[in-house]
Design a protein around this ligand. Structure first.
Ligand code: GLN
Length: 495
């Protein structure tokens, strides 16, 4: 029998429907892979027992012909989504003992669609990071290696690093991620996977540990574009428990996608030729443009003039919101509580001092500073104005084009230990992705090629609000043109 962990979800769905294998068999194959690849540190909590009972239930529903669209497919959940009865840490020591009494809407939607839960995936602490190096549960390794030195371990990207590594390793068929500034797209690019950040409000934020509420959006990481279309359909939908949730009927994306791009107008923003853009990525960008052009798409040069202010604005807005959101971790109601304290203030100080890592503390301090009475207008209000200008840039651009094509990241994955040591240099990882969060637009990363060292490279597409079908369709074309529809697991180091 073929190795079930190399299948895409659509292939597995077909195999389940034709009774070539059961969900229990499919799940057991993935549990085996999860156990064999523990050195990647992709999971914070493995839930093999839950997976097996979920698979048995799925097999019963498949037999009764009442299967959901994700029936019997084993997936992993970023440990930022609350899962009832299963520890949810947000990658932080401060939540090391937190067992949620409720389920996030996104995960509930997935279980209702029949998905099987394999476990909770490692991430940067509170989703703050670009390399999965800030997790209190240790770094995650990228399953991919560079051909010039097979002993070197690479970062999987972040903050959804465990989510990407587990899919690339074949221990789950897909995973959920969250993207506040690029945390789905950047790890997807580093691990040769598809990552989709939907329109803000498409997936409910209810039960997802908040980082920056006006930017946070859940989305999938998968092996193929069609798999992303499938799981997104299951995850998304209006939720009265989230006041920013969009009242919008989620279509069956896959039935609407053809991969045809004839007549599609593709915008190429000149401002995305940022300094520090790797020349191999720039070449791949040109190659991708040519593929679209050869297949009837129209390429149009555009300008997004305020893009250069996006990263500074993001690193004001995101920490500001984070400093407010993280005020709830005080050691009183839930999570870690410091011992031997002398006063209430001392309890807060000690708990937060012990519970948060350096990057989280840096964000809280930056956020509190930009919100302080003396600096509110100079920083926070200014950043809000920049946000409006960036939104207007996109509105102007979409009068001329249907989608925008850019690279996802300025560089390929870097080796663990060779990461930028200066936090500002690390923030540069998000330079091409943050604009989509600032503007709330849907965007995705598509694996489109390799560096000369054999590391995966991703291209990014950005579409107008709620144009996920158009986005996925343009992504499907690129995936096929780049010949990346073969599964990433086949070429990674995991056999
Ligand atoms: N890397 C960015 C940050 O550290 C984005 C994180 C995210 O999207 N969650 O803030």
């Amino acid at each position: 029998m073929t190795d079930l962990t190399t299948l895409s979800m659509l292939e597995a769905k077909e195999g389940l429907a034709l009774k070539k294998f059961s969900s229990v068999e499919l799940t057991k194959a993935h549990i085996k892979k999860m156990e064999a690849t523990r050195d990647l540190n992709a999971f914070i909590t493995e839930t093999a027992d839950l997976a097996l009972s979920g698979a048995e239930n799925a097999d019963a529903r498949l037999a009764d012909d009442v299967a959901g669209i994700m029936e019997g497919l084993p997936i992993g959940i970023k440990d930022l989504f609350c899962t009832r009865g299963v520890k949810t840490t947000a990658g932080s020591k401060i939540l090391s003992n937190f067992i949620p009494p409720y389920e996030s809407t996104v995960t509930q939607n997935l279980w209702s669609a029949g998905a099987v839960m394999m476990g909770k995936l490692n991430l940067d602490e509170f989703a703050m990071g670009s390399a999965n190096l800030t997790s209190a549960y240790g770094p995650v390794k990228n399953p991919w290696k560079a051909t010039d030195d097979l002993n070197k371990e690479y970062v999987p990207g972040g903050s959804s690093g465990g989510s990407a590594a587990a899919v690339a390793a074949g221990s789950v068929m897909a995973s959920t991620g969250t993207d506040t500034g690029g945390s789905i797209r950047q790890p997807a690019a580093f691990c040769g996977l598809v990552g989709v950040k939907p329109t803000y409000g498409l997936c409910s934020r209810y039960g997802t540990v908040a980082f920056a509420s006006s930017l946070d959006q859940a989305g999938p990481i998968t092996k193929t574009v069609r798999d992303s279309a499938l799981i997104l359909e299951a995850m998304a939908g209006y939720d009265s428990k989230d006041s920013t949730s969009l009242k919008y009927e989620i279509p069956s994306y896959n039935t609407l996608m053809t991969g045809d791009v004839k007549g599609l107008k593709i915008g190429i923003p000149k401002e995305y030729q940022v300094g520090g853009l790797d020349s191999e990525i720039e070449d791949l960008w040109k190659k991708s443009i040519a593929w679209y052009q050869e297949n009837g798409a129209e390429i149009i040069d555009i300008s997004l003039p305020h893009s250069k202010y996006a990263l500074p604005a993001y690193y004001i807005l995101a920490p500001a919101e984070a400093s407010s959101n993280l005020a709830r971790y005080d050691g009183v109601r839930f999570g870690h509580r410091a011992e031997d304290v002398t006063s209430l203030d001392n309890l807060y100080e000690k708990t937060r001092g012990e519970g948060f890592g350096d990057e989280v503390k840096r964000r809280i301090m930056t956020g509190t500073y930009v919100l302080s009475a003396g600096y509110y207008d100079a920083y926070f209000v200014k950043a809000l104005k920049v946000r409006r200008l960036i939104c207007q840039d996109f509105e102007e651009a979409y009068k001329k084009v249907d989608v925008i094509l850019t690279p996802t990241t300025p560089t390929p994955a870097f080796a663990i230990g060779e990461e930028p040591k200066d936090p500002i240099a690390m923030y540069m990882n998000d330079i091409l992705t943050v604009t989509a969060n600032i503007s709330g637009l849907p965007a995705m990363s598509i694996p489109s090629g390799f560096s000369s060292k054999g590391l995966p490279l991703g291209m990014q597409l950005i579409a107008p609000k709620l144009q996920e079908t158009r986005l996925l369709n343009a992504g499907l074309f690129l995936e096929t043109a780049a010949n990346f529809q073969g599964l990433a697991t086949n070429v990674g180091r995991i056999s």
